[in-house]
Design a protein around this ligand. Structure first.
Ligand code: GCB
Length: 614
């Protein structure tokens, strides 16, 4: 990852730590229609000897004289909506994996930003001055180079996490332009790697914002509730905050009006405050699925130099033996897996509305938990789930055959983990960070994932760590979980496909041995069915086949000692290039409990009934 781009006059732009709670920042949206050019051979980046060219498309050049030769023109190129994937916006790009360039203009007049389309958004924050401008992307899949007015702002790798560049020195009065080169080609050393069972949607898939910041601002804050020791009269919140610059003696005020809490602290020489806030236990309503209570919290720097507001829930999450304890009480996680995909063939999801639709379906199924597979989903999803009382498992795309020996691959995975944790650290509903899915056992994998698990704990000691493992093969119907990674996780999770990749008739005979005193989650099971296709229960792809598979699996799950929850695979049929069976799959993975349009298959009712009894 490139940290700073040095121009002729020194550092003009740089990547700065991800702005958290960007929704409460003063920002202008750059969402809307962007011009795009499909660039199969990266003509706009490399010359004909494959050297980076200074005449690249990032210049947004225009002929100055009639004889000038410029073989591209963004202004004449078609437009597509940002945020969005290109696969569902241009029929020619449905299967495309490669480079597409995006361009848009915005105007700065009298220090104010003017956006020509209706997508603009400006939120009010009481900052006295807003000197710095950060260009923020919720996510771009997968590799992108960002330019402002022809100058490089930065480079970012990883398709599902936010990043921002300080572009203050690249902006000028009048008309400005942003150009983004996006490349979603798969590669063996990337995270995810070359093969994965979901659509490789390319593009600027999440919000783009120009965020105004004061010279020194609140860069990060956290307020986790500490585990309660006994039944004391007071509970403690471990408040900490970090300024963007290491300046001592700055005053930080935190207030939670509903709890009548308002305290002021002074930053240390690192620009940091760490303090325990005490609140009467009786007054504090803890966040839980039945009552997802959130408190308005305000954090301000000096006399309103910077002010942030957030809605924060307070809860604890721990394990005791084979139990998961939410607020000290055992909880059974009634879950479902989800991909970040809009209903109705709509491509990548990225709005509160998409999130509400999917999460409402999950709630109607009886869920109190979702596994956001297999990469960090957009912030709307996590926040809507928090508001609706749904617990979350959040994951990075260390999926299947990662290049375990490659240090750059490790750094990439670690960066994605850092950014996932950083963005959602203050969300009460997120209880599990998952570091991988179905990875093949090897010493190299153990080194890579062990390092990642240890690192995750340095970033967040208040949550549980897990990963979706596999049980490979049974001997005499005894399945014994035997994965070296067990020592690193708090919750032992594994995927199993009895009834789909293994014979459904084996289900009643199966025994599961999990020789660890830790809670167990079955992080996947399921099978495919085409909505509306009916037949015998042994006929693949029928709703009856899937229904029977669910019945057999749930009966089997009931016999697992220490089962603390499950997230069957999956809520909704989703697009996958690996699923090519004409007339049945047509590039959809059909293991959804509802069709892409939300129509309920028979198995949906089986799971719902089981959850009702839990
Ligand atoms: C799995 C993977 C998931 C696949 C699913 C399937 O084990 O974790 O990403 O989509 O199986 O449908 O085979």
């Amino acid at each position: 990852m490139m940290l700073a781009i040095v121009g002729v006059m020194g550092a003009l732009a740089q990547q700065v730590p991800q702005v958290i709670n960007v929704m409460s920042r003063q920002a202008v949206s750059l969402n809307g229609d962007w011009h795009y050019i499909v660039d199969v051979q990266e003509e706009g980046y490399y010359d004909y000897r494959m050297n980076p060219t200074r005449w690249g498309f990032f210049n947004n050049a225009k002929p100055q004289r009639p004889e000038d030769l410029i073989e591209y023109d963004f202004d004449a190129a078609p437009t597509m909506h940002v945020p969005g994937d290109w696969n569902t916006q241009d029929e020619r790009l449905f299967f495309y994996e490669g480079t597409v360039w995006f361009q848009r203009y915005f105007t700065i007049e009298n220090g104010e930003l003017k956006i020509d389309n209706d997508a603009s958004r400006s939120q009010i924050v009481n900052c006295k001055s807003s000197n710095r401008k950060l260009l923020y992307f919720g996510a771009v899949n997968y590799d992108c180079h960002v330019y402002v007015n022809g100058k490089k702002a930065g480079h970012h790798v990883g398709g599902f996490t936010p990043f921002n560049f300080d572009v203050t020195d690249l902006l000028h009065k009048g008309k400005n332009f942003v150009i983004v080169k996006v490349d979603n080609k798969r590669s063996a050393s990337a995270v995810p790697t070359q093969i994965f069972d979901w659509w490789n949607y390319g593009g600027i898939t999440r919000d783009v914002l120009l965020v105004s910041m004061p010279e020194t601002y609140i860069e990060n804050y956290s307020l986790p509730l500490t585990p309660s020791k006994g039944r004391g009269k007071e509970r403690e919140i471990a408040f900490s905050t970090q300024l963007s610059q290491a300046v001592a003696g700055q005053s930080i005020t935190v207030s939670i009006p509903e709890l009548r809490l308002k305290q002021t602290f002074v930053t240390d020489t690192n620009g940091r405050v760490c303090a325990l806030l005490k609140v009467p236990a009786k007054k504090l309503t803890l966040w839980c699925p039945e009552n997802p209570k959130r408190y308005q919290v305000e954090i301000s720097l000096n006399d309103n130099d910077d002010v942030l507001t957030d809605s924060i829930g307070f809860r604890t999450i721990e394990t005791r033996g084979k139990q998961i304890l939410l607020n000290g009480n055992p909880i059974f996680l009634k879950g479902i897996c989800l991909h970040e995909e809009k209903p109705n063939g709509g491509g990548r999801a990225n709005s509160a509305e998409d999130a509400r639709t999917l999460l409402t379906w999950a709630k109607e199924l009886g869920c109190n938990f979702v596994r956001l597979a297999h990469y960090p989903h957009n912030e709307y999803m996590v926040r809507e789930a928090e508001r609706m009382g749904i617990l979350v498992w959040s994951e990075i795309p260390c999926y299947w055959t990662i290049d375990w020996k490659n240090e750059a691959t490790y750094q990439n995975a670690q960066q994605q983990l850092t950014d996932m944790i950083r963005r959602d650290y203050n969300r009460a509903n997120v209880i599990i960070w998952s570091i991988a899915n179905e990875t093949p056992h090897s010493a190299e994998r153990d080194t890579f994932l062990g390092r990642l698990a240890r690192y995750a704990r340095t970033q967040d000691s208040t949550r549980l760590i897990s990963m979706a493992m596999e049980v490979t093969g049974a001997s005499n119907y005894v399945n014994r979980l035997n994965d070296n990674m067990n020592q690193y996780v708090d919750v032992v999770s594994f995927n199993q496909y009895v009834g789909w990749y293994r014979d459904v008739n084996d289900a009643p005979k199966m025994r599961w041995e999990i020789p660890y005193d830790k809670p167990v989650i079955i992080s996947e099971f399921g099978g495919g069915a085409k909505y509306g296709l009916h037949g015998a229960k042994n006929q693949r792809w029928t709703e009856e086949f899937q229904e029977n598979l669910y019945r057999e699996n749930l009966a089997m799950l009931d016999k697992i000692d220490g089962l603390a929850g499950t997230t069957p695979w999956i809520l909704k049929d989703f697009r996958s290039p690996r699923r090519v069976l004409t007339g049945i799959q047509d590039y959809y993975n059909m293991k959804g409990l509802v069709s892409d349009k939300g129509e309920r298959k028979k198995a949906w009712y089986v799971l719902k009934e089981w959850y009702e009894g839990k």
